[in-house]
Design a protein. Structure first.
Length: 157
């Protein structure tokens, strides 16, 4: 049975250390347990590392430690990723202010991930966003990609 290749955006890593929203924390930690067991092949991108670099010193240390302890491979943001993200912007799938959300999805699509895993409910885990991303990806020759929360991934596998 083929394991899903999943792309973790920065929000997922952040919720591993969250203390307030226990449902999201528990779902995130359960996803990481599944990754550890080999149920999923998890990846991040150099965009995630850039976002981690902007965090406070303590948070940055925790996030980098998480990346290392799970040995998450890092996908490169290539010119192809940037071009696909621009196509998303042209279709107004992601607000210009949140261009990086489009870059996360584009990196996952270009690198042929099955699922983008995120807690970004405002711009990413929305029916309209999912449909529009699929349409652009198919038109541009990329496979369909799912955009899900950690809870959806662990409940629907």
């Amino acid at each position: 049975m083929r394991r899903f290749q999943i792309y973790l955006d920065t929000s997922v890593l952040n919720f591993f250390f969250e203390r307030e929203d226990l449902e999201k924390v528990n779902s995130t930690r359960e996803l990481f347990q599944e990754i550890r067991r080999g149920k999923f092949l998890a990846y991040i991108s150099d965009l995630v590392l850039r976002e981690i670099d902007k965090a406070s010193a303590g948070k940055k240390l925790n996030l980098l430690s998480l990346v290392r302890s799970y040995d998450l491979p890092i996908l490169e943001l290539t010119p192809e990723c940037l071009l696909l993200a621009e196509k998303y912007m042209a279709r107004k799938i992601f607000p210009v202010k949140y261009r990086d959300d489009g870059l996360h999805v584009a990196a996952a699509a270009v690198h042929r991930m099955d699922i983008v895993v995120t807690w970004n409910l405002r711009h990413m885990v929305k029916i309209r966003t999912k449909r529009e991303v699929k349409a652009v990806n198919l038109f541009e020759g990329y496979p369909e990609i799912e955009i899900c929360t950690p809870l959806e991934v662990i409940e629907n596998d």
